[in-house]
Design a protein around this ligand. Structure first.
Ligand SMILES: CC(C)(COP(=O)(O)OP(=O)(O)OC[C@H]1O[C@@H](n2cnc3c(N)ncnc32)[C@H](O)[C@@H]1OP(=O)(O)O)[C@@H](O)C(=O)NCCC(=O)NCCS
Length: 192
C-alpha cells in the first residue's frame, strides 16, 4: 500500500465523535451539495467562478465529486466536506493542486452555507485541513488567494496563521471577470 492509500485508510476511519469538522468527500454527498449550492447561489456569486446550470444539479455535483475523487486517487488534491455538530454537510474545504518535489505545496479553497456563517466553523475546518496538509501529507506550504473585498475569508486565513505575501493581478476569473487576488501562505515550520 502506498503512503497516500495508507493515509486514506486512517482518514476514512476517523470518528466524527472526536470533534472533526471535516471528512473526505463521498459520492453520496452529491445531492446535499447540489441543494446547498442552489440555496447559496446568490451568497456565493461574488466570490465564485461563473458556473453552468448543470453545476447546481445532483447529477452535475456527482460529476464534480467523481472528478475530485479521481484527482484525489492520483494524489493531486484532498477534497473534503465541512460538517456541523450533527454530522450534516454544510460546506466544502479542499486542498487543490498538490505539487510534490521541491515545492511540497498546495492551494486551499473553501465555502460554507450562509446560515452557518459566523460560528467559527470555517476557521475550525481550515485549521483541521492545514493540520492534515502538514502532519498527514507532509506538505511544506499551503497557499490561498482571496478577492480584495473578501474580508470574511481573509479573517479565516489570518486566524489560522496565514500571512499575506502579495497581490496577484488578474489572478482568477471570478464572477465573470479576471480579478486581482490577495495571496496568503502558511509554512510548515516543523519541516527542515
Ligand atoms: C468565507 C467564509 C467561509 C467565512 O465564513 P465565516 O462564517 O465568516 O467564518 P467562520 O466560520 O470562521 O466564522 C467567523 C465568525 O464567527 C465568529 N465566531 C464565533 N465563534 C467562533 C470561534 N469559536 N472561532 C472563530 N470565530 C468564531 C467570529 O467572531 C466571526 O464573526 P465575525 O465575522 O462577525 O467577526 C464564508 O463567508 C463563505 O463561504 N463565503 C462565500 C465563499 C467564499 O468567499 N469562499 C472563500 C473564497 S477565498
Amino acid at each position: 500500500m502506498d503512503a497516500w492509500a495508507a493515509f486514506d485508510r486512517r482518514y476514512r476511519h476517523c470518528d466524527h465523535g472526536t470533534m472533526r469538522v471535516t471528512r473526505l468527500l463521498a459520492l453520496d454527498d452529491a445531492p446535499r451539495l447540489a441543494q446547498l449550492l442552489r440555496a447559496n447561489r446568490d451568497f456565493m456569486a461574488p466570490w465564485e467562478p461563473t458556473r453552468d446550470e448543470d453545476y447546481y444539479t445532483a447529477q452535475g455535483q456527482l460529476a464534480v465529486v467523481r472528478s475530485a475523487l479521481d484527482a484525489h486517487q492520483q494524489g493531486a488534491c484532498l477534497p473534503q466536506v465541512v460538517l456541523d455538530d450533527s454530522g450534516q454537510v454544510i460546506g466544502r474545504v479542499n486542498l487543490n493542486t498538490i505539487v510534490r518535489g521541491p515545492f511540497q505545496s498546495c492551494s486551499l479553497g473553501y465555502w460554507l452555507n450562509q446560515a452557518d456563517n459566523g460560528r467559527g466553523i470555517a476557521t475550525a475546518a481550515v485549521r483541521e485541513t492545514v493540520r492534515i496538509a502538514f502532519d498527514e501529507l507532509g506538505l511544506h506550504r499551503v497557499e490561498a488567494g482571496t478577492l480584495v473585498p473578501n474580508i470574511r475569508s481573509q479573517r479565516v486565513l489570518e486566524r489560522n496563521g496565514f500571512v499575506r505575501f502579495g497581490l496577484a493581478p488578474a489572478y482568477l476569473n471570478i464572477a465573470g471577470k479576471w480579478q486581482d487576488h490577495i495571496m496568503y501562505q502558511v509554512i510548515n515550520d516543523k519541516l527542515a
